[in-house]
Design a protein around this ligand. Structure first.
Ligand SMILES: [Zn+2]
Length: 89
């Protein structure tokens, strides 16, 4: 049964290889999340050192972060105003 043993060994090697592959992938995936970007992901403006230190894993510059926040707020305001208008009508 020499052939059987050889096949088992090959399967074990394959499993070990895929496990370490998976671990390497998890590590690679986790690292970028924890690290701050030096340049904004949206507009590629450099992100100030102080901002990167204050917000670990920051991906956006102040302008883009504000823009994102204000779009959220504006949308909420428009929706509220819209429902008020429809109530008046
Ligand atoms: Zn930006």
């Amino acid at each position: 049964m020499a052939g059987g043993w050889a096949r088992d060994g090959a399967v074990n090697e394959q499993i070990e290889a895929s496990v370490s592959d998976e671990l390497a992938r998890l590590k690679a995936r986790r690292q970028p999340q924890g690290e701050s970007l030096t340049h904004c992901a949206e507009c590629e403006e450099p992100i100030p050192e102080a901002r990167r230190a204050a917000l670990p894993g920051v991906k956006l510059c102040i302008d883009c972060m504000r823009e994102r926040d204000s779009t959220f707020q504006a949308r909420g305001g428009i929706n509220r105003r819209g429902s008020k208008d429809s109530q008046l009508k």
